[in-house]
Design a protein around this ligand. Sequence first.
Ligand SMILES: Cc1ncc(COP(=O)(O)O)c(C=O)c1O
Length: 390
Amino acid sequence: MKTPYFLIHQELLQENIERFTQGMCANWNNSRFGYSVKTNSLPWLLSYVRLKGGLAEVVSDEEYDLALLCGFLPNEIIFNGPIKGKDKFYFALEHGSIVNIDSENEIRWIEEYEKPLSDLGIRINVPSEVFNSEDIEYTDEGFRFGFSVENGAFEKALKRISKKYDIRKIGLHLHCNSITRSKEVYRAIAKYTVGIIDKYNLEPRYIDVGGGFFGGVPGKTTINEYFSIISDEFKKCARTRQSLLIAEPGSAIVGSVIDLHTSVLDVKDTNCSHIVTTDGGRVYIDPQWFRTRYMYSVRSKSEKKYSGKQIVCGYTCMDHDRIMEIENELHLQMGDEIIYHRVGAYTVTFGGLFIKFLPEVYVSNNGETELIRSSMTVDEYYKIQSAGGR
Ligand SMILES: Cc1ncc(COP(=O)(O)O)c(C=O)c1O
């Protein structure tokens, strides 16, 4: 196998999915998870999640169609986000998808919709004050998604929707990104949800607590712990009794099960530094460009240490594509392999077609390895980028 390539460990993936499903069901019998497609939208992965009983959580028309192509039925798709197209929005409603509205636009589309509405959900803009400030970003400006209860937008939305739909049953969606993935985030979300259900006398058909969980990382909050906290809060409110509990894990499913294999292409000294150029890249493993440390291992013929700092860089020819700095570690040589572990979330499908094309992806299972994504050829790139196929 030629580097760079991603390697998915199928046994670990299966464990993460099973642990998630069991952790949810043990605490709330009526529950489903919808895998967050944006976290890693490889077709192989989507088909695998479906095989293992997951739904697909999508946030664009493209992701919706991809989920269909990978075998999900419309009623196995959760359609979220503020950028849905109108046609796909209506298609999703008509075909039984779980649709959570997240924009003023969509309320207008509901008003214009001429068919009976059998189901609908709405995303709530959870106020940052309900969380511990160290757990979240945007403590001052608040989250950007959903309808705010506090400024009246949620109530207005309900009133407008109520002309078409029995809003007592409306599904509630409350995904909030956190920095810490702390269980306290979910306690806060669950408590806040119960407050809203009480305030508006709702009996939601489902409550979707979103994603943002740890999964497959030793020492971190377990799926069972998250859902025991969530269900303890929900059980305090009789009107949640019939509700389906939905979660939308992405990182908890794939984050810990994928490695990136890279090779050292060159080693040299500049006047100031020791530079190690590799065929890896931050675009492959650090979409937000803020990480400075990784879990990694090295395969090398030598055991010699380098005294001082080695700057490990990526392939992109951008000076700031510096993956990590290592001090007094193994002296990296041309041909050595550096393997970055647990880099499966927001990476494999995130890097674009910049300078080199997306790396190949393999799956390992019971000692067998299978190629599941090949790299694009220059001819294919040329055709797509010059609209030559149209
Ligand atoms: C609406 C929604 N659901 C689920 C997720 C998945 O989050 P994670 O990969 O942290 O589990 C995200 C990620 O931002 C999201 O925006």
